[in-house]
Design a protein around this ligand. Sequence first.
Ligand code: NAD
Length: 291
Amino acid sequence: MTARIIDGKAAAARLRERVSELAASFWTSAGRQAGLAVVLVGDDPASNVYVRSKGKATIAAGMASFEHRLPESTTEDELIALVDALNESEAVDGILVQLPLPAHIREAAVLTRISPDKDVDGFHPVNAGRLATGLHGFVPCTPLGCLMLLEQELGDLAGLDAVVIGRSNIVGKPMAALLTARSATVTLAHSKTRDLSGHVRRADIVVAAVGRPRFVKGEWLKPGATVIDVGINRTPEGLVGDVDFDGAASIAGAITPVPGGVGPMTIACLLRNTIVAAHRNAGVPLEKGAI
Ligand code: NAD
């Protein structure tokens, strides 16, 4: 193996430390804690684990956590009524509705109801539009974490060739927008892309968000490329990413492991977005570049 391992756990720990410092100074300035509300409908086991760990991380950072666990039978109207109440609540700076929602609830109806100023997941179309047009807004946590790891590894990304594999609203599309904003030359590849390995072969940066275990092969990579593996796939051998790690690690210059790469950054970025939201909502100034 020749690639450097990009330590997402360590980067996430540093970011969380910074959030804690800002959460403490916010509490003093605003006279209240910053707060994150997490809403879970139903009892999907994976979602349960995510919600629990988000709550714990919020409290560990010195912010208030409000967990709302609703039964599977909750109606769309009931869920929207809760979102409205959270939008109004002065104790709540960020609102996160855990996905997926039960089939009888329209995801878009709920996500568009969250106030864009409390949309710490960055899924509201207003925030997607702000990202696309270069305005201040909230950026989805997973691609934001990927960008931070890339900048930590490579510094300035201007002029680099980047391939993002996957075009979901949660990862691929915002990732491509973030890299474009950093002046990388971006190719957004997806299930209909022709000659994917040919595209990957030219890339200095590869971000894989496909949802298929070990899909990206080491021999596709340009030697020295930086590889960010977003995938979380449960297999009989445990958690694996969307990149064939062993094959890629002998050709890439640097690569994120799974687990321990992008995953820890996602939660850290959620905390980051929440403390930023708190400052904006309470009118407490936050220096540019403070986080
Ligand atoms: P998704 O299923 O919404 O999107 C997958 C994308 O992959 C689609 O845009 C599709 O076009 C593309 N794709 C499918 N087959 C392809 C192929 N053969 N060639 C090229 N592209 C192809 O998935 P998502 O929500 O973006 O998540 C992607 C992966 O990232 C999943 O493994 C998910 O578990 C993981 N994920 C991890 C985190 C984290 O915190 N680390 C967060 C979100 C998602």
